[in-house]
Write a protein that binds this ligand. Structure first.
Ligand SMILES: [Zn+2]
Ligand SMILES: [Zn+2]
Length: 396
C-alpha cells in the first residue's frame, strides 16, 4: 500500500464518524450554523493558517500554506441539507425533523475536512497553497455567488478550483469525469395564462385558461424532440401546472412553472425564446393572454481539460482503469458552475450507490443514503490531484 493510501486509511474511521455526525444534524440552506461551527473548529484543530467564517452566510474559508513554492488550488465543498423527512432506519438518522442530508453534502463536508487535516499534517511537502471553501446554500443555487463576492478566489489568488459530488447513480468504487460540461445550467420559467372565468355550464361566455394551459404543456413537448439536435443537452420540464378550484367553475387563470436545462449558451437562448413564442402563440390563437418570465438559474459546470486530466490520472491511480468512466455527465445542476466560470477547474462524480447495500435511492429521496466506502478514495484522489495541480506549469 502506498503512502497516500496509508495516510487516508488512518483517517477512515474519523471520516465516517464525521459524515454521520453531519448526517444526524442536517441544516437547511442559509441556516447551517452548527455545521459551520464544526467546520471552523476542525480547521482550527488541523492548524490551518487562516480561517474566516460567516462568508456569504455560514460559509467558511480556510487557507493552508505549503512548505514549498507552487500554485494555489481551491477545494470547494457544499454543506447544506434539504427539506425532506428522512425515512431511513439507520442509527445516524436525521434528528432535525423535516430536514435531511439527501444529496450527500454531509459526505462532501467530511471529505474536505479530512483532506484539510491530512494535508495540514504534511504541509512541509506541499508545493503552493491549498484553500478550502465550505459553501452554504447549494440546494438553492444561492451560496456560491456570495462566497465569490466575498473574494474567496483572491488573497491569495486561486489558480484552479476542484470539487466533487457523490453520486448514487454510480456504483461506489467508480468515478465519472469529462472534459467540458459535466453538469447542466438550469433556468426557471413561469407562464401565467389569463383567460376569462365563468360558469362551468356556460363555457361560451368564458376563455378557459386551463385548456389553453394544457395546449401549451403538450406543445412544449415537441420543443426538445423536434427542434433540438439529437444528442444536444436540452430539457424542458413542466414541473407544475395550477388552474381551477371546482368542477363547475371555469378558471380565469392558469400558472405553469418550468425547469429548462442546457449546457450551450445558444441552446439556452433558443429554448427560452421558443418557449415564449409557443406560449404566446397558443394563448393568442385561443383568445387568452399570457405572461412570461424567466428566473435565471445556475450556469453549467464546465471542466477545463488540463485540470480534468490531472483528476483523471489521480482517479486512475486510486481506483484503477476499469473504474474511471470518461465522457460522463449529468443534466442535474450545481452552483459549482459559478466557481468554474471564474477559474479553470474540474468537478467530478464519485460513485456512492450500492443496490445490494441498500444505497440505491436517488438524490433528494427520503431514503437516500451513501455507501461510505466511497469517502476515503475521494480524499485520496484529491490529495494526488492537489500535489500535481500545485506544480502544473500551465493551466489553460
Ligand atoms: Zn441536491
Ligand atoms: Zn448536491
Amino acid at each position: 500500500m502506498d503512502e497516500i493510501k496509508q495516510l487516508v486509511e488512518a483517517q477512515r474511521e474519523k471520516l465516517v464518524a464525521l459524515r454521520r455526525d453531519f448526517h444526524r444534524h442536517p441544516e437547511l440552506a442559509f441556516q447551517e450554523q452548527r455545521t459551520a461551527n464544526i467546520v471552523e473548529a476542525q480547521l482550527r484543530t488541523a492548524g490551518l493558517d487562516e480561517i474566516r467564517s460567516g462568508v456569504g452566510g455560514y460559509g467558511v474559508w480556510g487557507v493552508l500554506k505549503g512548505g514549498k513554492p507552487g500554485r494555489t488550488v481551491l477545494v470547494r465543498a457544499d454543506i447544506d441539507g434539504l427539506p425532506i423527512e428522512e425515512q431511513n432506519e439507520v442509527d445516524y438518522r436525521s434528528e432535525n425533523k423535516g430536514v435531511m442530508h439527501a444529496c450527500g453534502h454531509d459526505g462532501h463536508t467530511a471529505i474536505a475536512l479530512t483532506l484539510a487535516a491530512i494535508l495540514a499534517e504534511r504541509r512541509e511537502e506541499i508545493p503552493g497553497i491549498v484553500k478550502f471553501a465550505f459553501q452554504p446554500a447549494e440546494e438553492l443555487g444561492a451560496g456560491a455567488k456570495p462566497m465569490l463576492a466575498a473574494g474567496i478566489l483572491h488573497e491569495p489568488e486561486v489558480d484552479t478550483v476542484i470539487g466533487l459530488h457523490l453520486w448514487n447513480n454510480l456504483q461506489a468504487g467508480k468515478l465519472g469525469i469529462c472534459n467540458g460540461p459535466i453538469f447542466a445550467g438550469a433556468d426557471t420559467v413561469e407562464i401565467t395564462v389569463k383567460g376569462k372565468g365563468g360558469h362551468g355550464a356556460q363555457p361560451h361566455q368564458t376563455v378557459d385558461s386551463l385548456v389553453v394551459g394544457a395546449e401549451i404543456v403538450v406543445a412544449l413537448q415537441t420543443l426538445v424532440s423536434r427542434e433540438c439536435q439529437p444528442g444536444e443537452t436540452a430539457i424542458v420540464t413542466v414541473g407544475s401546472f395550477h388552474a381551477g378550484s371546482a368542477s363547475n367553475i371555469i378558471s380565469e387563470e392558469a400558472k405553469l412553472a418550468l425547469s429548462v436545462r442546457s449546457v450551450k449558451p445558444e441552446t439556452r437562448q433558443y429554448l427560452l425564446r421558443r418557449i415564449e413564442e409557443i406560449a404566446q402563440g397558443i394563448a393568442g390563437a385561443m383568445r387568452a393572454k399570457c405572461e412570461f418570465s424567466v428566473r435565471p438559474g445556475v450556469p453549467p459546470v464546465i471542466n477545463d481539460p488540463t485540470v480534468a486530466d490531472v483528476l483523471r490520472r489521480a482517479a486512475l491511480a486510486t481506483l484503477g482503469a476499469d473504474n474511471v468512466l470518461d465522457n460522463f455527465s449529468t443534466t442535474v445542476s450545481d452552483d459549482m458552475g459559478y466557481f468554474l466560470e471564474a477559474k479553470p477547474g474540474c468537478y467530478f462524480l464519485m460513485g456512492s450507490g450500492n443496490a445490494s447495500g441498500g444505497q440505491a435511492f436517488p438524490h433528494h429521496h427520503p431514503r437516500f443514503d451513501l455507501d461510505e466506502s466511497c469517502l476515503a478514495p475521494a480524499v485520496e484522489i484529491m490529495i494526488r490531484a492537489i500535489f500535481e495541480l500545485n506544480q502544473l506549469e500551465k493551466i489553460n
